[in-house]
Design a protein around this ligand. Structure first.
Ligand SMILES: [Cu+2]
Length: 144
């Protein structure tokens, strides 16, 4: 009976350790003053259905995903996202969260006519946002 209880206690502790390790993905520290911003388009711009977005980055460098270089990351473009993704997890790849894992600093985008919001978020080599997140202002564009 005694050993049965001990066995239960151990497995509960092991389970706790496992689940907390699962929840904590290591995050890369962002250098102080690092910032990401749109070079183009400007906030409030009217653009063609297919338009170019240029990504600006200060205080850090761009490196492809999977490459471990200090103080670098790759761009992610958040399109029409009302809530920010979980900054402590690997960013999903969806129509609204586009990864530029080759280290691209611009992209051609085609969107439906109307208003859209764009926001840039840097991710580390594992597609996890830095700590603190390097996140741009959210801009709005009107697609003709
Ligand atoms: Cu990514």
């Amino acid at each position: 009976m005694r050993s049965f209880c001990l066995g239960l206690g151990l497995s509960a502790a092991a389970l706790f350790t496992m689940s907390s390790a699962w929840a904590e993905i290591p995050r890369t520290a962002a250098p102080e003053g690092a910032s990401v911003y749109f070079i183009t388009p400007n906030d409030g711009a009217t653009v063609d259905q297919t338009f170019t977005v240029k990504f600006g980055l200060k205080g850090m460098g761009v490196a492809p995903a999977g490459i471990d270089v200090p103080e670098t990351g790759h761009h992610h473009l958040l399109i029409d996202t009302e809530t920010l993704p979980d900054m402590s997890q690997t960013l999903p790849a969806t129509d609204n969260i586009r990864h530029f894992g080759k280290g691209q600093t611009e992209a051609e985008l085609t969107l439906k006519p109307g208003k859209h919001t764009l926001q840039l978020l840097l991710g580390d080599k594992n597609h996890v946002p830095h700590n603190p997140p390097v996140l741009s202002e959210k801009i709005t564009v009107t697609v003709k």
